[in-house]
Structure formats: C-alpha cells, structure tokens
Design a protein around this ligand. Structure first.
Ligand code: UT7
Length: 336
C-alpha cells in the first residue's frame, strides 16, 4: 500500500481591525516604543475589542476564509481541532462552536491545549489522523484572544501579546510533500515561570483572585526567554540534521513570534539568512497558538511546491518542538 502523507492544502487567517500601537500602550503603562522595539520587536498588535466576542470569533473568521479559498465542501470535513489557551468557555470547546457556525455536518471536533506551542503539536497530531487513512480532510486552527488574559497594568507582559487566528486545511496525498518529520517535547518544569494562577480547578475565581490580578498571565520573562532560546534553537538544529537539511536546502524557517531576539537566535543557530525567516511579530505581537499559521497566511505567496520549511515553537509547560514540512503547492497572491 502506498504511504499516505499529510499535506497542507490551504491557509486562512484573521486579525481584528483594532490596532494597539506602542505609543498608545505608553499612555497606559510606563514604557516606550524604543524599549518595546529593542527588547521585543513588536510595533503594534491587533485587539478584538468588540464586547461579547471571544476566540471562537477569530477562529471562525480564519476558518471561513480557509474554506472560501480552498472551495472545500463543508460536508467533506471529517475533523476540526482548535488549539487555544483562551477558550470562549471552559466548555463546550471552540471547535464544537465552529461546527455549528461553519455548517459542518460530518465532523467531530475538539480543542487542544499546549499554549504557544499548540499549533505545532496540532500539525503533527492532524497529520497522524490523515496518515491513518481514516480521515481525509481536517481543519486545524490556532486561535487566541490574548487580550482577554493580559494585564494592561503590567508593563512586562502587555506589550508582547495580540489577538489573531490562523487555519490550515490538511489532506492526504501520495506525493512526497506535507508533514515530513517532527520532534516534539514537553519538559513539564515550566509551571512556576509561566501560568495563569486562577480560574482553573486549583484556584477557582473569587473576589480575592480578581482583586489580585490572578486571571492574567504570570510570566518570569528572563527565565522563559532563556528556555525559549535554547529549546527552540536546539530542536530546530536537531530536526535539520536528522533530515539532512542545511542553510542552503532550508527554504523557510517559521518560528513562534514571541520575541525578535529569540527568532534571531534560532536563525543564527540554523545559520540561515534573515530573508528565509518568516517574521510578522512587528505587526501582530505574540498571538500564541495563532503565530505559526498567521506567518504562513502572511507569506503564502512566497512559498513554492517542494519548499523545505522548519516550524518551531515554545510555550508554557514548557512545550516545544520543531516540525519539518515540505510545502504542497505554489502560493499565489490571495484576496483578503
Ligand atoms: O510565547 C510564550 C513564551 N514567552 C516568551 O518567549 C517571552 C520570553 N521573555 C521575553 O520575551 C523577555 O524576557 C521580556 C520581553 C518579557 C522582557 O525583556 P527582558 O529583556 O528580559 O527584560 P527584563 O525583564 O530583564 O527587564 C529589564 C528592565 C527592567 O528594569 P530594571 O530592573 O533593569 O531597572 C524592567 O523593569 O526593563 C524593565 N522593563 C521595561 N521597561 C520599559 C520591563 N518591561 C518594560 C517595558 N518598558 N515594557
């Protein structure tokens, strides 16, 4: 029997209209554009500020665009998986809401939690459903409304994050393209350094948790930074070596967009020039599970069939890894 590969056959994305600039942030906390640009590399981020709209709205917009662009029949979708750290509700899942909003009659659906590394894990997870031969068309979505868990009085975290979503369609192929390899890891020691203290089963919401800002991201930035640099660099180098890829044969590196200095460290370790690294952190900030698909969404027209792409990410947990993809189609300039 011929081997089935899992290939990405389309991409959709969405960022909300409202743009929060560094200058505006400087009026909210003691910061400035120069510090944010030098230490993080974010110029502006998009924020979903309409009341009553959550992450499923971002996910739905991205998935709708994906379906429009690919022309896929909603009845043919077997599975929808959404990676997020900011679900609309504790339950039901965003993926279940999408089934309704997108009119998917024959799919099952669930959410997936691996923080900023979620979409990376999701590519390999969806690929295995496809490789099994049982599932033919899968929509995977990385979506986060980070503004719902960012403390806009904490200058150390609020400049980093933005809201957004990206989606891929994954299908089976017997061609030698698609998700070729992955190295995924979780070291589990990250909890003290990056978490959201309250609202879960350990510490449900109370007046105390609200008064003490425990429903916002807690991050020990310097420690997280060090782990992110070393884990993302090491695992990217490892997957390149394992697949005999080098600076000439790697066409693109797609790193999680958490900090420009982390991105540069990964590129340096792989020895690839700046032009081969897909970067949009300056415009969107860290959209958590959204960063990887939003990068492909932004730069899709540059991609050619057969291009070797290394995706890498790092997130709370600590979760991290790298996925090697051989791109499946020639990208073209798309209408929004
Ligand atoms: O995606 C999930 C994974 N997360 C990450 O990858 C994030 C990793 N960490 C980082 O990106 C960086 O550590 C931060 C961007 C969070 C912080 O940058 P840093 O260079 O590590 O700064 P720092 O925390 O060491 O702070 C340096 C100084 C401090 O002042 P003092 O103590 O040296 O006087 C901070 O108080 O910068 C100060 N500072 C600021 N100054 C102006 C912190 N935030 C700001 C700010 N504006 N927004």
């Amino acid at each position: 029997m011929e081997r089935i590969n899992a290939v990405i056959t389309g991409v959709g994305g969405y960022v909300p209209d409202y743009v929060l600039t560094n200058d505006e942030l400087s009026k909210m906390v003691d910061t400035n554009d120069e510090w944010i640009m030098t230490r993080i590399g974010v110029k502006e981020r998009h924020i979903l500020n309409e009341e009553g709209l959550g992450t499923s709205y971002l996910a739905r917009k991205a998935a709708r665009q994906l379906m429009r662009r690919t022309g896929v029949n909603p009845d043919d979708i077997d599975l929808v998986v959404v990676s997020t750290s900011t679900p609309d509700y504790q339950f039901p899942s965003i993926a279940s809401i999408l089934c309704d909003k997108l009119g998917l009659k024959n799919a099952f659906a669930f959410d997936f939690s691996a923080a900023c590394c979620g979409f990376l894990y999701l590519m390999e997870t969806a690929a295995n459903f496809i490789r099994s031969g049982r599932y033919k068309k899968i929509i995977i979505v990385g979506a986060d409304k980070m503004s719902s868990i960012v403390d806009y009085s904490d200058r150390a975290t609020c400049p980093i994050f933005g809201d957004g979503a990206g989606a891929f369609l994954m299908e089976g192929t017997t061609e030698d393209v698609g998700v070729m390899d992955s190295i995924l890891r979780t070291d589990g020691k990250g909890l003290p350094f990056l978490h959201l203290k309250a609202g879960g089963s350990v510490c449900p919401a109370s007046y105390f948790t609200v008064d003490n800002h425990w429903h916002y991201i807690y991050q020990e930035g310097r420690t997280v930074f060090k782990y992110a640099v070393s884990y993302m660099s090491d695992v990217s180098a490892a997957i390149a070596e394992k697949n005999h890829l080098d600076k000439d044969t790697i066409n693109w590196v797609v790193p999680h967009q958490a900090n420009m200095r982390i991105i540069e460290a990964v590129a340096h370790r792989l020895d690839v020039p700046h032009e081969k690294v897909l970067i949009n952190i300056d415009r969107y900030g860290n959209t958590s599970a959204g960063t990887l698909p939003l990068c492909i969404w932004d730069f899709e027209d540059k991609l050619k069939k057969g291009d070797n792409i290394i995706f890498t990410a790092f997130g709370a947990g600590f979760t991290y890894g790298a996925v090697y993809v051989k791109w499946g189609y020639d990208g073209k300039k798309q209408e929004a």
